[in-house]
Design a protein around this ligand. Structure first.
Ligand code: ADP
Ligand code: MG
Length: 629
């Protein structure tokens, strides 16, 4: 038996490994299975190019075994194995210096909580959970097998082994503080988390499979069963295949494989596949999104060569696409770095803009190829698109051609179509195109009707971030503005040249205003007398566009306006001086009756705006019954 000392600069690196990687001990399994996979794929390559004469590649698998009584975990592969010299070189020197280098780096960045992966530690991560590690390995080359062991000190032992079959077995003697990893359920969960899509089949125990009943079997006969290998992974997940080889149902099946707890079908998917100037594959799914912007737990997963890294893709996937689901696999993303470094990395920036472009192109082709279907899905995807238009100018440019603006009647326009459609009727006297919208069809019904009576189109814009987008559209397009139907009375929203003639004289107006003010003095409305159509509502409550929108923007973040979120709502009371009821109010002689007419009209206006509640609503109803008697 040979013994030796690993060449170390620090006396003992192993306590350091434990200490620094305190929270992520579980990655040892991912590292060891990655090595087993690499060893198998290398052998596959060698046999395919004829460099491994006499070696049959066969159908190699990787096996993981837990021996709870013996306190051991075995990871066994049928890969290319190592000769004695290779163990000395790769394990004692290369792997070790790799681990040392990694720790060096890690020490500096350990305080940066944004480390996304711990790739780089490799083989020596085994010492995070094991007090002793053994390697029994037989190279595919015609050389004897060797047995290496190390108890966590820099001393190792190397002796011949009688292993005859090709490959490597790693044996971990689990330390007392890591016995959780001797639980089958824990290992099974780790295999599912990190190794579910690795390219070589991984066996973990066996499972019972039910076979078809033999011919002539009776009803009560039990179906025969058989023990088969329990393969925990799918070695060829959908994203590793060519888009041309996949059908819709394959994408749906893969979605279910990724998120077994998701029961809703995704709306559509985007297959990412690029190999220059960086390597990236993946599939992104648009899930059905509701207006609720809460974070979901089923997030986009990041892989490197089919090895799971993290489901925190911040910095890699553009922020507005974080609401999507799926997989991104790229070997070109540096992983043992902090997030701030990651965001500044050139390759990562390119990846992020590639993803943005692919998503925009996909949406654009969906829009062009099947507009009807795109319209049907609009409600579920609009948040992502609107958010993208706000946050990425490149995306805005593309999305501007397919982003839709639905009307309250269920028609859909692109912005260009909208301009074309509205221009004749909704351009005001200053040549500005006024786009009317509602945010709630029910609550703003009377205002919508008033706009429609003028022949205007009313959009239905109800996403939580729509006020930000309107602001952006108003600044990036010329001569347009958005106005919610209840922001003012309709003739003021789209001001035309023709002035309405007022039925009331100036004196009459003054006295009306004084009377109104005295009756509704205690309520905070700004009273505005307007000469409108005699058929328009006598009293209307409006909410000025600017203030309301600023307030909304503040509430959804990023509005940046001086504390408007805390400001009370502001309402105007518009009184139509041309309506018969207003004439009647003016001409009523008894003060009591006048007051009742004013209050009743005000309450009706408030009712139509959804502002009449509680005691005031009760009083209104009582008063109304009195009046119908
Ligand atoms: P890396 O995988 O990044 O090279 P590791 O520390 O994980 O670093 O492994 C060091 C080296 O040890 C590998 O490059 C490989 O040469 C060798 N090795 C580790 N595990 C195996 C294995 N199961 N079969 C063959 N060689 C292995
Ligand atoms: Mg490795």
């Amino acid at each position: 038996m040979a013994t030796g000392k690993i060449n170390v600069s620090v006396d003992n690196i192993f306590p350091l490994i434990k200490k620094f990687l305190y929270s992520d001990h579980e990655i040892f399994l991912r590292e060891l299975i990655s090595n087993a996979t690499d060893a198998t794929l290398k052998l596959k390559h060698l046999t395919s190019i004829g460099e491994a004469a006499g070696t049959e590649y066969g159908n190699p698998i990787i096996e993981v075994k837990v021996d709870k009584e013996g306190k051991k975990i075995h990871i066994i592969d049928q890969g290319l194995g190592m000769t004695e010299d290779e163990v000395k070189k790769y394990i004692n020197e290369v792997a070790f210096s790799g681990a040392e280098e990694f720790l060096d780096k890690y020490k500096d960045s350990a305080k940066d909580s944004g480390i996304i992966g711990h790739f780089g530690l490799g083989f020596y991560s085994a010492f995070m959970v094991a007090e002793k590690v053994e390697i029994i390995t037989k190279s595919f080359k015609d050389e004897p097998a060797v047995h290496w062991s190390c108890d966590g000190s820099p001393n190792f032992e190397l002796e011949p082994s009688d292993k005859t079959d090709r490959g490597t077995e790693i044996i971990l003697h689990i330390a007392d503080d890591s016995t959780e990893f001797l639980e089958k359920s824990r290992i099974s969960a780790l295999l599912t988390k990190y190794n579910k899509f690795m390219p070589i089949p991984i066996k973990f125990g066996t499972k019972t499979e039910t076979l078809p009943k033999p011919e002539g079997a009776k009803e009560e006969d039990k179906a025969p069963t058989k023990e088969v290998d329990n393969i925990i992974n799918n070695p060829t997940p959908a994203w590793t295949k060519q888009p041309a080889d996949l059908e819709t149902k394959d994408y749906q099946e893969f979605y279910r494989e990724l998120y077994p707890m998701q029961f809703e079908e995704p709306l559509f998917n985007i297959h990412l596949n690029v190999d220059y100037p960086f390597n990236l594959t993946g599939i992104l799914y648009f899930p059905r999104l509701t207006n609720d912007l809460n974070v979901q737990k089923d997030r986009i997963q990041l892989y490197q060569n089919q090895v799971y890294v993290t489901d925190n893709v911040e910095g890699i996937v553009p922020e507005f696409l974080m609401m999507l689901r799926g997989v991104v696999d790229s070997p070109d993303i540096p992983l043992n770095v902090s997030r701030s470094y990651l965001q500044a990395d050139g390759a990562v920036k390119k990846i992020s803009s590639y993803i943005t472009r692919k998503v925009a192109d996909k949406l654009s082709s969906l829009f062009k190829n099947n507009r009807e279907d795109f319209e049907a899905k609009w409600n579920d995807i609009k948040i992502v698109i609107e958010y993208g238009m706000l946050s990425e100018d490149k995306f805005f440019e593309k999305a501007d051609k397919f982003a839709l603006y639905p009307t309250v009647d269920g028609k859909f326009f692109t912005f260009e179509e909208l301009q074309e459609k509205l221009k004749a009727n909704q351009t005001d006297k200053d040549d500005k195109l006024v786009i009317l919208y509602a945010s709630d069809k029910e609550a703003q019904h009377s205002y919508i009707e008033a706009a429609k009576a003028k022949g205007y189109e009313v959009l239905l814009l109800d996403s939580p971030i729509i006020s930000h987008l309107m602001q952006k559209l108003e600044t990036s397009k010329e001569n347009i503005s958005f106005a919610r139907v209840d922001a003012d009375h309709i003739d003021n929203l789209i001001k035309k040249d023709e002035a309405q003639i007022s039925k009331l004289s100036d004196e009459e107006k003054d006295s009306l205003k004084a009377e109104l003010e005295s009756v509704i003095a205690n309520k905070s409305y700004t009273i505005q007398l307007e000469a409108m159509d005699s058929s328009a509502s006598p009293f209307i409550i409006t909410e000025p566009e600017f203030m309301r929108r600023m307030k909304e923007m503040q509430q959804t973040g990023g509005g940046g306006m001086f504390g408007m979120g805390k400001m009370p709502e502001m309402y105007n009371l518009i009184v139509n001086t041309n309506s018969d009821l207003v004439s009647e109010i003016l001409n009523t002689k008894t003060a009591k009756k006048k007051e009742r007419l004013i209050n009743q009209s005000l309450d009706l206006a408030r009712l139509s705006k959804g502002l009449l509640k509680g005691e005031e609503l009760t009083n209104f109803i009582k008063r109304s019954y009195e009046m119908v008697k």
